[in-house]
Design a protein around this ligand. Structure first.
Ligand SMILES: NC(=O)c1ccc[n+]([C@@H]2O[C@H](COP(=O)([O-])OP(=O)(O)OC[C@H]3O[C@@H](n4cnc5c(N)ncnc54)[C@H](OP(=O)(O)O)[C@@H]3O)[C@@H](O)[C@H]2O)c1
Length: 327
């Protein structure tokens, strides 16, 4: 049995991606076979395509070429078959999930197999395209704000990089936790981040939030670069600074200084390291079904146009997520 998939035979630009026919996977006893209806692109997929930073090749990626040539970790689809030990799902169930490539084959394909604890039922009010936009980005935002940031109602929270995949979820999740949210993004996205609930917006092209004298209880740095000293100036004395992404310099600075005491009080610093967690996926399902969080989708591309979708992702600063749909 065969299926169509986007194959990445070597590291490079999106032009190396090829639509190919490959073997359709068969589920192990503890796996479900999912017929994928939609997947979405994350910065992680782009890093695995470009092998950036280089150490991706040394860890999960593969030294000379991708070890797992089918990229993609987010999925939404319908269960087609289940292994004999699967208890939570049955054929026909609509599901979504984050499938790290260490345990799965990649979701830019018509089918994928997944262990049952990596997925959950799709929110009833979402399309497959919307559901596929959720897992990695939303769980990163949730774990960054709640687990690393200890977000509390009434706190002043700043999200830097608020208009992208992680940022649009972070703004809405922070609002759902009862925070007063300041969103930092570029001019063209100010109205969009206001529309998803940001109380205050800062255009990073005209104002530097680290220089305006304001202080926040929690800062989630999703994108952009500021030295850690700038972030700490914008943080209240007891505040928490959490880095999810941005430049490599920023990530290394935060990781190195994580345990160093701050000069200004008991400020804390964390780097988000996304942990696959079915409970968090269920938590997100409930937030989505309550209408408190709505996935923001910049555009949908059919599977065969995945290279164009990656070019768009790389060059255009997407508003929210870029989704791949199966033909
Ligand atoms: N630690 C983890 O476990 C984890 C998990 C997921 C993602 N990440 C990382 O998080 C980062 C963001 O991921 P993503 O999926 O949200 O990416 P994305 O969708 O590509 O985010 C791009 C967004 O960042 C904004 N941006 C760009 N330059 C900025 C600047 N100088 N200041 C403020 N905002 C800026 C852009 O906004 P404008 O268009 O308005 O400029 C754009 O909307 C990536 O580095 C990714 O690797 C880490």
């Amino acid at each position: 049995m065969i299926m169509k998939a986007i194959v990445c035979p070597k590291y490079g630009s999106p032009d190396v991606l090829q639509l190919q026919e490959v073997a359709k996977p068969a589920p192990q006893d503890d796996e479900v076979l999912i017929r994928i209806y939609a997947a979405s692109i994350n910065a992680r997929d782009w890093r695995f395509l470009r092998a950036k930073p280089f150490f991706i090749r040394l860890m999960p990626g593969g030294l000379l070429r991708p070890k797992n040539p089918i990229l993609g970790v987010d999925t939404a689809g319908r269960v087609e078959a289940v292994g004999s030990n699967v208890r939570q799902f049955k054929p026909g169930d609509e599901v979504f999930g984050y499938l790290p490539t260490a345990t799965s084959r990649g979701t830019f394909a018509e089918y994928v197999c997944a262990k049952e604890n990596l997925i959950t039922l799709k929110p009833a009010n979402l399309t497959f395209e919307q559901a596929a936009a959720v897992p990695l980005a939303a769980m990163t935002a949730l774990q960054g704000l709640r687990d690393n940031g200890n977000i509390q109602p009434g706190q002043k929270v700043l999200i830097n990089g608020a208009s992208g995949g992680v940022g649009t979820f972070a703004v809405q999740i922070a609002k759902a936790f009862g925070a007063e949210v300041t969103a930092v993004c570029s001019t063209r996205n100010l109205d969009m981040v206001r529309s998803i609930g940001a109380d205050h917006v800062i255009d990073y092209k005209v104002e530097d939030f680290t220089q305006n004298g304001q202080q926040y209880d929690l800062i989630l740095a999703v994108n952009g670069y500021h030295p850690i000293s700038d972030y700490l100036r914008a943080l209240s004395p007891e505040g928490i600074y959490v880095v999810a992404g941005g430049s490599m310099v920023q990530l290394f600075q935060a990781a190195l200084q994580r345990r160093r005491a701050s000069k200004t009080g008991s400020q804390r610093k964390h780097v988000v390291s996304l942990v696959q967690n079915q409970n968090d996926l269920i938590f997100m399902k409930e937030l989505l079904e309550s209408g408190k969080v709505i996935p923001i989708i910049d555009g949908c591309y059919p599977l065969r146009k995945t290279p164009e979708a990656f070019w768009y992702f790389e060059k255009e600063h997407p508003k929210g997520k870029v989704v791949i749909t199966m033909d």
